[in-house]
Design a protein around this ligand. Structure first.
Ligand code: DGL
Length: 358
């Protein structure tokens, strides 16, 4: 072989070696994402391909969820863990403590870059907010569900899972707090809520706005969470074995105070009042709340309305009654913050500060 030929061969071999090392490097550089499966419709199955309601949630295991979306391997180095297999209406404080501890353990590991949690949509927003207040890492944590079971025509689970893993593997999601990825959209845990019982566009952040989109294999952020979250919160659940009992009472015309009195009698440490309007208190319920406060029960005025600020000293004299106003947190999220607040203090001024901080 002439000198020129051997030189050309060497150049070709060198180019191939560089190409291979680039691909190998790229493959090595895929973010390592752990999928924690908890159940829900995303793991559900129905009798026929047109069964979009009346199916069974929490029937499919995490390995099958991953196998159903081979494209995941292009965006992340994925591992699966089945932490629960439940319909999310059965999610409990104990489940939350176990999940938050597992998330924190995994995120402390060098070989985990992000976490996706597959979850039923009924309480997905609550689990997301609990984790937003208790995860101690800036690494991405993304919750995802589905409004249709995997057996249904145009099931949304596979694309939602793909988008969630892609988001959790992204640099863009680092330091953004706990996120919810549904229907090609990115939402902040604090403000997202389920707005429809069954349609794929159910998850919205009305008025305050979602954070961005996932489109063409890329996340796009247009807003940032405004409130403290994850590493910036004062809550530490690492040594907690239980959370204080906090319950919600619903306001309506001609309201019956029996439910409130029964919950206080059963030992509630806090009550969230989902009031009409701007957190208004019917006289019958106000009497019960004042009595409960006198027994040391923490009272938070929230609203059933869903949007807007519950103003302190607006529909009730919170200063005089020693109540807390929920700001914009809906009742189910106000309950989560009050539970965690009560692990730190029973001082209403401190708790009101927390409602204006998180
Ligand atoms: N049972 C409901 C749940 O697990 C099904 C709804 C869903 O996951 O979309 O939250």
């Amino acid at each position: 072989m002439s000198y020129n030929n051997s030189a050309r061969w060497c150049k070709a071999l060198l180019a191939c070696a560089m190409l291979l090392s680039t691909y190998a490097g790229a493959a090595e550089k895929l973010a390592r994402v752990t999928i924690l499966a908890t159940g829900g419709t995303i793991a559900g199955s129905g009798a026929t391909s047109t069964t979009t309601v009346g199916y069974t949630a929490a029937t499919v295991g995490v390995e099958r969820l991953i196998a159903a979306v081979p494209e995941l391997a292009k965006v992340a180095d994925v591992k699966g863990e089945q932490v629960f297999q439940i319909a999310s209406e059965n999610m409990s404080n104990d489940h939350w403590l176990k999940l938050a501890k597992r998330v924190n353990t995994l995120l402390a590991q060098q070989d985990v870059d992000g976490i996706v949690i597959t979850h039923g949509t009924d309480t997905l927003e609550e689990t997301a907010y609990f984790l937003d207040l208790t995860v101690k890492s800036k690494k991405p944590v993304v919750l995802v569900g589905a409004m249709r079971p995997g057996t249904a025509l145009s099931a949304d689970g596979p694309i939602n899972l793909y988008n969630a893993v892609l988001l959790a593997a992204s640099q863009e999601a680092v330091g953004k707090g706990v996120l919810v990825a549904m229907n090609d959209q990115i939402h902040a845990a604090r403000d997202v809520t389920k707005t429809n019982t069954s349609t794929p566009d159910s998850f919205k952040t009305p008025e305050l706005g979602m954070l961005g989109y996932i489109q063409g294999n890329k996340p796009y952020f247009y807003h940032l969470p405004a409130r403290k979250n994850t590493v910036d919160t004062e809550f530490d659940i690492s040594k907690l074995e239980a959370l204080p009992q906090v319950d919600i009472v619903y306001g309506y015309a001609n309201v019956n105070p029996v439910a409130l009195n029964a919950l206080v009698g059963a030992g509630a440490k806090g009550i969230i009042h989902a009031g009409v309007g701007d957190g208004s208190l019917a006289s019958s319920v106000k009497t019960g709340l004042v009595a409960a406060r006198k027994q040391g029960v923490l009272i938070v005025r929230s609203s059933r309305v869903g949007q807007g600020i519950v103003a302190r000293n607006g529909e009730a004299n919170d200063d005089e009654l020693d109540f807390v106003a929920s700001d914009t947190l809906n009742p189910q999220k106000a309950r989560i913050l009050l539970m965690l607040a009560l692990t730190k203090t029973s001082d209403t001024k401190q708790i009101q500060r927390m409602f204006y901080t998180y």
